[in-house]
Design a protein around this ligand. Structure first.
Ligand SMILES: [Mn+2]
Length: 220
C-alpha cells in the first residue's frame, strides 16, 4: 500500500532528515510531502537541498515552499535587501554553500528547485500547507501570506470547509511536542532548536522522529 508521508521543518538538519529517511525506507510508490523551511539556522542547508534533489528522482516528492525559501529566492534574485533573511538564519545557509562574497555560489539547479516549490498538497482526506490557511477558501485560492507566514499562535484556523485534516509546520513547539487538534496537526517539533524532526504517515498516523544529531527516538 503506497504511503503518503509528511515531514516537518528541516532547517538544515541533514542528519535528522537522513535518519528519518532510513527509518521510513521509502519506496518509489510512496509520496513524500515536505512542508518547507529546508534551509536556515541549522548546519547544512545545502546538503538538505541536495538530498531533496536526489529524492525527486526516487519517490513522488511534493516539496512545499516555506517562508525561508521565499526570503532566500528574493535575496538571490536581488528583489529585497539581504539583511532580514541573513538575520533569520540565512548566514548559516550561505555558509553551507561556502559563501565568500558572491551570491552566485548557489547553483542554478538549487535556485530552480526553490522557485518551483509548491503552495500545498491535497488528497481525499488531508491537506498539507507550510503555515496556515483560510478555512473558507479552496486550497487553490489560498493567500500566499497565510500559506507561508502566519503562525498558529497569531491565528488558529477553525476546520477547513473541505472537512479534510490539515497538516502544517512553521509554528514550532519549544518542547518538541506535536500539536494535535481534531482538525489540525502541526509537525514542526523544533529540530534546529534541539528537539525533533517529525514525519507522519497521513492515513495511519504513524510517527517517526529523529534528533538534530540523527538519532531515532520514540514518536510522541
Ligand atoms: Mn516557516
Amino acid at each position: 500500500m503506497p504511503r503518503t508521508i509528511a515531514i516537518g521543518d528541516i532547517h538544515g538538519c541533514l542528519a535528522a532528515f537522513d535518519a528519518l529517511l532510513r527509518a521510513i525506507a521509502l519506496t518509489p510508490e510512496d509520496t513524500l510531502v515536505t512542508v518547507g523551511d529546508y534551509i536556515d539556522r541549522g548546519p547544512d542547508s545545502k546538503g538538505v537541498i541536495d538530498r531533496l534533489l536526489e529524492l525527486r528522482e526516487q519517490v513522488n516528492l511534493v516539496p512545499l515552499m516555506g517562508n525561508h525559501e521565499e526570503m532566500m529566492i528574493d535575496v538571490l534574485e536581488r528583489r529585497i535587501e539581504p539583511y532580514g533573511w541573513l538575520n533569520h538564519g540565512g548566514v548559516q545557509t550561505m555558509e553551507s554553500y561556502g559563501f565568500s562574497g558572491d551570491l552566485n555560489v548557489v547553483p542554478q539547479a538549487h535556485l530552480d528547485f526553490l522557485k518551483n516549490l509548491r503552495p500545498y498538497f491535497e488528497n481525499d482526506t488531508h491537506f498539507v500547507v507550510h503555515a496556515n490557511y483560510d478555512p473558507r477558501k479552496p486550497l487553490a485560492e489560498q493567500p500566499t501570506e497565510l500559506l507561508r507566514w502566519v503562525k498558529l499562535t497569531e491565528l488558529m484556523p477553525p476546520p477547513h470547509v473541505s472537512g479534510k485534516l490539515a497538516v502544517v509546520g512553521h509554528t514550532h513547539d519549544r518542547n518538541g511536542e506535536i500539536l494535535r487538534l481534531p482538525h489540525l496537526v502541526c509537525i514542526d517539533t523544533y529540530c534546529y532548536g534541539g528537539r525533533r524532526l517529525t514525519a507522519m504517515e497521513l492515513q495511519s498516523g504513524e510517527i517517526w522522529q529523529a534528533t538534530r544529531e540523527g538519532e531515532i527516538v520514540a514518536g510522541n
